[in-house]
Ligand binder design. Structure first.
Ligand code: ACO
Length: 322
């Protein structure tokens, strides 16, 4: 069995920036309320003619360049998204066509904000078993399209973006363990309550919006994510002191702070982008990771944990050597 190692990362954010101050004129809200409750100051919003696959393509090309790989070397594409361009084909197939890749497996994974963790888990298993040698894993979202922009309790939280990683087979670690969970009993606490099968007209009319019971989600996220990080640490016989970086899903700075406190981790060892990106769902972890790699914080050989939590509920963690 070989390890799956991250050999390149990339990120892409749409040009348009929507600041909290801009929202003040659209909604009964304030920059101060949003910032103190969430840590968010601004988010990026895709242009009207810009779709999830456009963002995914940009991030993927940057990650492939960083890995010094050409698209024809990719033998697996997994895209985590909740906001696909089309009902079908999958965004992974659309991305495959954009990149000029033919024949390798390409599919989407849907686990909302935990989607990137799920996608990495799947890709690393392909690599460990020898079914893939060079996988492209992307988290990409145009979450702004499934928000009710008159609902101040949800629309201020999210943004659009994409992040990507190239995973390659290696004799050196690599991903050391991954831990996925889900519990559909909580399906109603965070959801878009309609879909293709139940309400296609609402979808076509752009009336399919994110609904959330924020307080319940908050409590659950802190507890489940803290447990998921500990699960990864213990599975590898480590302690939190051995972790160089925690790269969490960026949903709310108060959730991130609470997890760091619970694990006795200094915030100096936590990558935080929520202030500038908002919650970009499946894209948030690879975007944050890419930023910290590019600015030199995350270095070769370091021990990293990534964790995510999303609608379903779905949640999980991954521990690896970079
Ligand atoms: N501006 C001003 N006031 C607001 C806003 C806003 N944008 N939004 C809500 N309020 C008001 C509410 O109406 C309420 O007013 P009331 O007391 O008069 O009824 C008051 O603020 C408090 O509202 P709460 O919802 O109780 O505020 P809370 O402190 O819980 O913060 C928040 C809300 C930020 C949403 C928080 O609960 C949270 O972060 N939850 C987790 C959300 C999350 O992480 N979701 C993503 C998960 S990942 C995924 O899969 C998508």
């Amino acid at each position: 069995m070989s390890y799956a190692r991250i050999t390149g990362t990339g990120g892409y954010l749409p040009k348009k920036v929507l600041k909290n101050k801009d929202l003040e004129s659209l909604l009964d809200t304030t920059d101060e309320w949003i910032y103190t409750r969430t840590g968010i100051r601004q988010r990026h919003i895709a242009a009207d003619n810009e779709f999830t696959c456009d963002l995914a393509e940009q991030a993927a090309r940057i990650a492939l360049d960083a890995a010094q790989r050409t698209p024809d070397e990719v033998d697996l594409i997994v895209v985590a998204t909740t906001t696909p361009d089309q009902v079908f084909p999958s965004t992974a197939c659309l991305l495959q066509e954009r990149l000029g890749i033919h024949g390798c497996p390409a599919f989407d994974v849907q686990a909302v904000c935990a989607g990137f963790i799920y996608a990495m888990d799947v890709a690393q298993r392909y690599i460990q078993t020898g079914a893939s040698r060079c996988a492209l894993v992307v988290g990409a979202e145009t979450f702004s399209r499934i928000l009710d922009w008159s609902d101040r309790s949800t629309c201020v939280l999210f943004g659009d973006g994409a992040g990507a990683m190239v995973l390659e087979s290696s004799s050196e670690p690599g991903i050391l363990s991954s831990h996925l969970h889900a519990d559909g009993a909580y399906k109603d606490l965070l959801c878009v309550p309609v879909g293709v099968s139940t309400a296609y007209r609402e979808l076509l009319n752009g009336q399919a919006y994110t609904e959330m019971q924020g307080r319940e989600v908050f409590k659950w996220a802190v507890s489940a994510l803290g447990d998921a990080v500990m699960e990864a640490v213990k599975a590898n016989g480590l302690s939190c002191l051995d972790i160089d970086w925690l790269v969490p899903h960026q949903a709310n700075i108060r959730i991130i702070n609470a997890i760091a406190r619970r694990l006795d981790l200094s915030m100096d060892n936590v990558v935080v982008t929520i202030g500038r990106h908002g919650n970009t769902s499946a894209a948030s972890i690879p975007l944050a990771f890419d930023e910290a790699v590019r600015d030199g914080r995350i270095k070769d050989g370091q021990t990293i944990i990534i964790e995510g939590f999303g609608g379903g509920f779905t949640w999980g963690s991954l521990l690896f050597k970079f």
